[in-house]
Ligand binder design. Structure first.
Ligand SMILES: Cc1cc2nc3c(=O)[nH]c(=O)nc-3n(C[C@H](O)[C@H](O)[C@H](O)COP(=O)(O)OP(=O)(O)OC[C@H]3O[C@@H](n4cnc5c(N)ncnc54)[C@H](O)[C@@H]3O)c2cc1C
Length: 462
């Protein structure tokens, strides 16, 4: 492609900013990033409280975050944040140690079986499911893989046929049953459901395993995690500062028209002309949201195929509260509440997070899901009330809520559409209408998968 091509990038989150970085690295400098908010970072949002930054969005990474590492290198920064640790409570607020055999004598046979199954899953992923860890979902529903392996820092390009990959279309609980590794869900659920990515009976295994590939899961188990002193947003603020063309904030895109090989974007009342457009903002939002966010189909001259395919996208209703506590009520560490990570306990507190262990004058953040595919959405205020009650049960009551966010989270499709080849249909549309689709739904809702997808998109098409 002509290096002077004029590229519009919609969204200044990890996907959009890293698309800018990878374009620039490849010699494309004629890009413009449009961000609707007055800040960059998207779901990496790290406000300040008492002089320190806390996390309303992304919290952590792992050593296999290779694309995030590219960004760190580009900017000369590193993961210099507080070391994370956690304990566990049951739903009644009692501290438990679910994985410690000595504390769970009756559960020893189950724990031993679980350990064996974790090993077995690790082996199956390497062999039977070779290619599972490639970023993005191209070919999975047809039993193919093609892309960059995330197995090590070399991120080698791999390509091949593997009919077993079709199993990844199944909901994760069925995938585990099929392979006789049901108990691995006890481990995977921690960094999955409590991080807002839905429940194992509704989410295709492909999402679960591409994010929680074996080595990433083991990093979570061993608490081998990265954080950033100035918050995850700092990574993207730094990237924005280092780009030749930082994102244009407060850009309200009113209309996008694609005709005669050009893309006309009406932004803040003015029409601007581009040759190509990369959309990293939501493609489809099925309901009216209080924050006014809409999907691209609402402001683009969306074609029938775009409308039809994108209308299959759903997302998680994931709520975050930042609360103050009295010093005597401050938790000594972050807590996971496994019993609340089931759909029967929808709307309850699943994890609460203490970021700074050297002080009690910082906030605690809480996380809850309030929708399952088969249930009605729990109203936001009801869920908030439940979470605040749960904090009392945990004996860490909040004295004040200082920030709250009900975020458009983890857009995805369900098993039927996944198996029907949703991803291959969308991938086949890449570049058609001079439009490219990136961001969370094309890979997975975490910083690294989205940035990595942007890398490959640039590699493939520019
Ligand atoms: C509570 C929470 C915890 C998380 N924890 C982690 C974690 O620990 N580790 C991790 O890796 N990830 C985590 N994530 C997920 C991670 O933050 C996201 O997956 C990542 O930010 C996605 O990047 P993105 O650029 O695709 O989308 P986003 O971050 O959502 O960015 C999209 C951008 O597009 C902008 N936009 C939207 N519509 C328009 C429009 N019409 N015009 C212009 N701009 C528009 C938005 O304002 C936003 O800035 C977490 C997220 C949340 C909310």
């Amino acid at each position: 492609m002509d290096k002077n091509v004029r590229i519009c990038i919609v969204g200044g989150g990890p996907a959009g900013l890293s698309a800018g970085m990878y374009l620039e690295k490849k010699g494309y400098e004629n890009y413009t990033i449009l961000e609707r908010l007055d800040r960059v970072g998207g779901k990496c949002w790290s406000p300040t409280y008492n002089g320190r930054r806390y996390e309303m969005g992304a919290i952590m990474g792992v050593p296999s975050y290779y694309a995030v590492h590219d960004v760190e290198e580009f900017c000369g920064i590193t993961h210099d944040g507080p070391k994370l640790n956690r304990n566990y409570k049951n739903k009644d607020g009692k501290v438990i140690e679910p994985f410690e055999p000595k504390k769970n004598i009756l559960k020893i046979p189950r724990l031993l079986k679980m350990k064996k199954q974790v090993k077995k899953l690790g082996e199956l992923l390497e062999t039977k499911y070779k290619g599972y860890d490639v970023n993005g979902h191209r070919g999975v529903a047809e039993g193919r893989y093609d892309g960059y392996s995330q197995a090590n820092a070399k991120r080698e390009r791999i390509k091949g046929e593997n009919p077993n990959l079709k199993d990844l279309c199944l909901p994760f609980n069925q995938f585990c049953k099929l392979n006789g590794v049901e108990l691995t869900q006890d481990i995977w659920v921690g960094p999955y459901t409590s991080f807002g990515y839905g429940y194992f009976d509704e989410i295709p295994a492909a999402y679960v395993l591409k994010y929680l590939d074996f080595q990433t899961t083991m990093n979570f188990v061993k608490v081998n995690l990265w954080t950033w002193k100035n918050g995850s947003q700092y990574i993207w603020e730094q990237l924005n500062d280092h780009l030749k063309h930082p994102a244009r904030l407060n850009s309200k895109i009113e209309k996008v028209e694609r005709k005669d090989g050009k893309v006309y974007v009406t932004v803040n009342g003015k029409v601007e002309e581009f040759d190509k457009i990369i959309v990293t903002a939501p493609l489809f939002i099925p309901n009216k949201r209080a924050d006014g966010q809409v999907g691209m189909v609402d402001y683009f001259d969306a074609r029938q195929d775009e409308k039809e395919l994108f209308s299959k996208i759903d997302y998680e209703r994931y709520d975050v509260l930042a609360v103050e506590t009295k010093p005597e009520d401050h938790p000594e560490i972050s807590y996971y509440v496994f019993e609340n990570m089931t759909k029967e306990r929808l709307g309850h507190l699943m994890v609460y997070y203490r970021r700074w262990k050297d002080t009690k004058d910082q906030v605690i953040t809480t996380y809850a899901l309030r929708k399952h595919k088969d249930t009605a959405e729990i109203p936001y205020e009801d869920c908030k009330k439940t979470v605040l009650e749960d904090l009392k049960t945990m004996k860490n009551p909040a004295s004040n809520v200082i920030n709250e966010w009900s975020v458009y989270y983890f857009p995805h499709v369900f098993s039927k559409d996944y198996a029907d080849g949703w991803y291959d249909k969308v991938e086949a549309m890449q570049g058609q209408y001079d439009t490219y689709y990136a961001g969370e739904v094309m890979s997975f809702g975490d910083m690294d998968e989205t940035a990595e997808y942007s890398r490959e998109l640039v590699e493939r098409f520019f």
